[in-house]
Design a protein around this ligand. Structure first.
Ligand code: HEC
Ligand code: HEC
Ligand code: HEC
Ligand code: HEC
Ligand code: HEC
Ligand SMILES: [Ca+2]
Length: 467
């Protein structure tokens, strides 16, 4: 479990001071973040230019024009190729290209259009990742290109410190034809020469600390150039609700960290999380066969789904689940969430969920487009480190839980509850996407739907509206 810490250079009030004191007792791997410095940075996706690849049906060049501005200095643009926060060791900015925000993200075809397994010895390869361009700040040719003219970068008011990065993508249909994409800017400057008014917290060594800048997302259509707000996917939860707890302050027995994950790269924007935390993704990247006592045996366990609709429930249900929820993270870190105690009523779904037209987004039935959750990608990953791994990037052969059962069982994980879902509800814990809705038909809404005898809203005694 990571413990995030709060550092403010000047306005230390009581709550923050407490957080700071608690930080001292944090484990050695505790990560220091320059909270307070993020307000000097804003990531902006200014335009997306989509060009079909000549002669290759379904292939597109997606060119993203972007900038980083300083909201504290009237929105002036940062020179990401020439200023310290971007050029210091550890600073890094990435662009992710994902699809399809209109249904559920799958990113099918992101590894290769033939969907052949990714074979190699390196850890870190995922099953349903977006296409990524890393190190946009680099002054080498691998970095983003500075905009040179209005022709080079159409649709932006000025070319000053505007940059572009392009990737060729070939989205493959998985269940639903892909019509839209989402691009994401994530990553972190380093708190070094940020602003004369802001004294960067020093870690006491020459290492500067990461600035958790809010990640940015925008949607686009593969049919035409232009930026759409990242709102095409159905509304489900609201970041503002998460932040009633995730504010870096004390809630019950714990200081709940602000939502900054993955080494300060992905921060406080759920539209960003879901491009990777999709139904086809598991924590397969950093699992391997453990032997003897050299590695934690949990690393060698079966892959765990990291689909947002199961992972976020399971993380917060540490005090309710029977089985610990363990995600193997980067560098094969073991993230065991069984200690998490939700500092509120877990059954009160509206602590996170919103209502749409008077119906809770946690209620049944689910939209038809909601995919089952992959529990097995059919990869060969339980091999010794350094041996060849085969990561399946084809979702068709994935073993899945049907979608409603995936949601409910992320909290209700007891064997009796699971067998109820299968026997009474028609759910499956080991099916394929093709069988869901055809051979596997979930009947949950007959009894747990709105107004039915075991209505989801009523059985959980949900209070408060979803606003
Ligand atoms: C009622 C309080 C509360 C609400 C609301 C809440 N959380 Fe949490 N969350 C917690 C607590 C407590 C932890 C565990 C913190 C710890 O032990 O360090 C946690 C942990 C997490 C973690 C794991 C963090 C890590 O470092 O690995 C994630 C991710 C997370 N929450 C996401 C969310 C999202 C997304 C929402 C909104 C949809 C949300 N939370 C709403 C209290 C809350
Ligand atoms: C570019 C892809 C990507 C994005 C964006 C992303 N994640 Fe992850 N996340 C992963 C993958 C893949 C894993 C599984 C472990 C691994 O391979 O690193 C993971 C693991 C996690 C874990 C388990 C603990 C850990 O640190 O590994 C948590 C919690 C988490 N993500 C939360 C989030 C939240 C919250 C967001 C949005 C603020 C987010 N992630 C954005 C890809 C992503
Ligand atoms: C800690 C925050 C949190 C709590 C509490 C919570 N959920 Fe969720 N729920 C989420 C997140 C996050 C998602 C996935 C959001 C996304 O994919 O954009 C989700 C997704 C879902 C979905 C799928 C919706 C869809 O359209 O895909 C259902 C159904 C659901 N939750 C039911 C419940 C029920 C029932 C409860 C209460 C017993 C509950 N949730 C409590 C965070 C929460
Ligand atoms: C975020 C965690 C969470 C999710 C997701 C969730 N539940 Fe629950 N559920 C609870 C909690 C907590 C209780 C209260 C249990 C208690 O008080 O002992 C509960 C109670 C119930 C009850 C009342 C029976 C009992 O044991 O008290 C039913 C029925 C139920 N849930 C059905 C569902 C269904 C159907 C879904 C999926 C649509 C679902 N739940 C999703 C946490 C969750
Ligand atoms: C024929 C009606 C019926 C159907 C269909 C049905 N359920 Fe239930 N479910 C119930 C009843 C009755 C209970 C017991 C409620 C109680 O104890 O208050 C229950 C309880 C539950 C619980 C709580 C279990 C616990 O541990 O307390 C969950 C979770 C649940 N159902 C999920 C599902 C899911 C998921 C489906 C579909 C795959 C489903 N149910 C289909 C009637 C049904
Ligand atoms: Ca597969």
């Amino acid at each position: 479990m990571h413990t995030k810490s709060t550092i403010v250079s000047r306005s230390l009030h009581a709550g923050r001071l407490l957080a700071l004191l608690l930080m001292v007792a944090a484990p050695a791997h505790a990560q220091t973040l320059a909270w307070g410095a993020e307000k000097y940075f804003q990531y902006n996706i200014e335009n997306v230019v989509v060009t079909p690849t000549a002669g290759v049906a379904g292939s597109y060049s997606v060119k993203v024009i972007f900038s980083v501005t300083n909201p504290e200095r009237g929105g002036t643009t940062w020179d990401i190729k020439g200023t310290a926060p971007f050029q210091s060791t550890g600073a890094n900015i990435n662009m992710d290209f994902a699809w399809d925000p209109g249904t559920d993200f799958t990113n099918t075809g992101s590894d290769n259009a033939a969907l052949t397994s990714n074979t190699g010895t390196a850890l870190g390869v995922g099953a349903a990742m977006p296409v990524q361009a890393r190190g946009l700040q680099s002054t080498a040719t691998t970095g983003a290109t500075a905009c040179s003219s209005a022709l080079d970068c159409p649709g932006v008011a000025s070319t000053t410190h505007r940059y572009w990065i392009a990737k060729v993508v070939q989205p493959m249909t998985f269940v639903t034809a892909v019509t839209r994409g989402r691009v994401v800017i994530e990553g972190r400057p380093v708190c070094n020469g940020v602003d004369p008014d802001f004294v960067c917290p020093s870690t006491g060594t020459t290492t500067f600390v990461n600035v958790p800048v809010r990640s940015a997302a925008a949607d686009f259509s593969f049919a035409a150039s232009g930026v759409l707000p990242a709102a095409a996917r159905r509304p489900i939860v609201d970041l503002a609700k998460c932040q009633r707890c995730h504010d870096g302050r004390q809630h019950g027995d714990v200081v709940v960290p602000r939502l900054s994950l993955h080494g300060a790269n992905r921060n406080e924007n759920l539209a960003v999380c879901v491009v990777c935390h999709n139904p086809n993704q598991t924590d397969v990247p950093y699992r391997f066969l453990t032997t003897g006592t050299t590695s934690d045996p949990r690393i060698g366990g079966p892959e765990t789904p990291i689909d947002f609709k199961t992972m976020v429930h399971a993380i917060h249900a540490g005090g309710f689940r029977e089985t610990p929820f363990v995600v193997i993270g980067r560098s094969s870190s073991v993230n065991d969430y069984s200690h998490v105690r939700f500092p509120s009523e877990l059954r009160n779904c509206s602590s996170c969920h919103v209502d749409v037209n008077g119906k809770g987004t946690y209620e049944l039935p689910l939209a038809k487009s909601v995919l089952g959750t992959t529990v097995k990608t059919n990869s060969t990953y339980l091999v010794a480190t350094g041996a060849t791994r085969t990561i399946s990037v084809n979702p068709a052969d994935d073993v899945r839980i049907s979608p409603i059962a995936a949601v409910c069982s992320s909290c209700h994980d007891k064997a009796e509850a699971r067998s109820h879902m299968v026997r009474r509800g028609g759910a499956s814990f080991g099916t394929t996407q093709a069988a869901i809705g055809t051979k596997v038909i979930e009947r949950c809404a007959n009894c747990h739907g709105p107004g039915k005898s075991k209505d989801v809203r009523r059985v959980h005694q949900v209070s408060g509206s979803g606003s």
